[in-house]
Design a protein around this ligand. Structure first.
Ligand SMILES: [Fe+2]
Ligand SMILES: [Fe+2]
Length: 182
């Protein structure tokens, strides 16, 4: 018995080729990009501000950590600072790919950021502030991922990778607090 031809799942090649030629200067943003690009760029700029604030806070904490457990904690803070910087770089690069502009203006940085810049009084206080910031980042990345859904899989995949690392950071910080019996 002859099989009924199935409706093609993919856009046919001719159509894809024609569409790719239109608006070529939009680069990675093709007509098949169905997310709201401006909103995605805006969300990514908020995430960028968050990451930069986190870099600064972790740097400050790694420089100011003092006390018996300070060496291990300093190293952890510095590692987190470097990883937040990598997130910031990834996010900024994606904004450019999406034909947006990364907002690196120091003015308004803390109000664009989801997480806060808190200096912290002592080692325990610093770790707790970092943990709060990580938990804020975790929730906001999760929301962004849900919002973007399958409309921009590249951005979604990047955010999923970052989210996984923020979860690791939060877990590391809880581990530090447990070791210090707090
Ligand atoms: Fe991060
Ligand atoms: Fe983090």
């Amino acid at each position: 018995m002859a099989k009924t031809p199935e409706k093609p799942f993919l856009t046919d090649v001719m159509m894809l080729r024609r569409r790719a030629r239109e608006h070529i200067m939009e680069g990675a943003v093709t007509p098949g990009y169905t997310a709201d690009r401006e909103t995605v760029v805006k969300l990514l700029n908020e995430a960028l501000a968050t990451e930069i604030v986190c870099v600064l806070r972790y740097k400050r904490h790694s420089l100011m950590a003092e006390g018996i457990a300070a060496d291990a904690v300093k190293a952890e803070f510095l590692q987190h600072a470097n990883e937040e910087q990598q997130h910031a770089d990834q996010i900024a690069a994606r904004i450019v790919q999406l034909n947006g502009e990364p907002n690196l203006n120091p003015e308004g940085l803390t109000s664009r950021s989801h997480a806060e810049y808190v200096e912290g009084e002592d080692l325990i206080d610093m770790i707790k502030e970092d943990l709060v910031a990580e938990r804020i980042a975790i929730d906001s990345y999760r929301e962004m991922i849900n919002y973007i859904g399958d409309k921009d899989t590249t951005t979604k995949r990047m955010l999923e990778g970052i989210l996984a690392m923020e979860e690791e950071h939060a877990d590391d910080l809880v581990g530090l607090l447990e070791k210090m019996d707090k």
